[in-house]
Design a binder for this molecule. Structure first.
Ligand code: NAD
Ligand code: 0WE
Length: 262
């Protein structure tokens, strides 16, 4: 029971395929008490049964594009949990037109702004709101992707936003270390979630991943969830500001596994 006596808030659970759902299931199994935020009422229907499964009755609306919504969510959480032990930020978004086509041609000022606002600034904003309520030994966690450090076709401005999110992880870690709050990120391999379902050629991306990754496959939300549990547990008390890859080894490989065949 890695997370016994820990209270953790989870954001970004849109449905059972969400990475946040894999994280919630793992953290529940490891004994954590959980609370959830959701973007809007439309997503509450999918969240409810999963939260119930995790014995959680704390469901709060939080649209991270809106300061007031963040403020209200944390004030409401504080009425139920005056103190807690961290949160998971599993939120990313860019307008769909930014994620298809040639980077220099499709990227706009507005698309850039939204991608960075929702995908990176929101992590800082949530940390700021949570800070007065965080217990000693708390852990914050976000989800990033390899597109932050290597180009990936069509990932485009999201790659820039993830680079910002990773720097955000380091600056938050440096900023909150004196309060014994740790801040880390998981860089997950591609997984077919709601956010991925709108992406052109995603199936092809998954098969290409399996040809290059040392483990010869993609990863599951359960595997990401288990690493999330570890990073938010006291077993990871010496780890902060770190990007942990959960990608079946894809990021360390320079060539496909079958490069020298035939
Ligand atoms: P998902 O669609 O299940 O989750 C994305 C979540 O972002 C949704 O719950 C959505 O409600 C939330 N969101 C978007 N805009 C928001 C806003 N304004 N306010 C509040 N919430 C908002 O997809 P996912 O793949 O589970 O994505 C979770 C995280 O994992 C994202 O940061 C994503 O970039 C990252 N990630 C995904 C993959 C992948 O291949 N699926 C790989 C690496 C990293
Ligand atoms: O971070 C992500 C998902 C990012 C994402 C996806 C969408 C689709 C629907 C952000 N915003 C939106 N906006 C929408 O309207 N991933 C790591 C998954 C992902 O998305 C890609 C990928 C991968 C991998 C997009 C293009 C290329 C590769």
């Amino acid at each position: 029971m890695l997370l016994k006596n820990k209270k953790i808030l989870i954001s970004g659970l849109a449905n059972k395929y969400s990475i946040a759902a894999g994280i919630a299931n793992s953290m529940h199994r490891e004994g954590a008490e959980l609370a959830f935020t959701y973007q809007n009422e439309r997503l509450l229907r999918n969240l409810k049964p999963i939260a119930e499964n995790c014995n959680s009755k704390i469901l709060l609306e939080c649209d991270v594009s809106n300061d007031q919504s963040i403020e209200t969510a944390f004030v409401e959480l504080g009425k139920i949990w005056p103190n807690f032990d961290g949160f998971v930020h599993s939120i990313g978004f860019a307008p769909a037109d930014q994620l298809e086509g040639n980077f220099v041609d499709v990227t706009t000022r507005e698309g850039f702004k939204i991608a960075h606002d929702i995908s990176s600034y929101s992590f800082t904003a949530m940390a700021k709101a949570a800070k007065p309520m965080l217990n000693d030994g708390s852990a914050l966690l976000t989800l990033t992707y390899l597109g932050s450090i290597k180009t990936v076709p069509n990932y485009n401005v999201m790659g820039l936003a993830k680079a910002s999110l990773e720097a955000n992880t380091r600056f938050l870690a440096a900023s909150m270390g004196k309060d014994n709050v740790r801040v880390n990120a998981i860089s997950a391999g591609p997984i077919k979630t709601l956010a991925a379902s709108g992406v052109k050629n995603f199936k092809k991306m998954l098969s290409e991943h399996s040809k290059i990754a040392p483990l010869g496959r993609t990863v599951t939300t359960e595997e990401v969830g288990n690493v999330a549990s570890f990073l938010c547990s006291d077993y990871a008390s010496g780890i902060t500001g770190e990007i942990t890859y959960v990608d079946a080894g894809f990021n360390i490989a320079a060539m496909p596994l079958n490069a020298y065949e035939e």
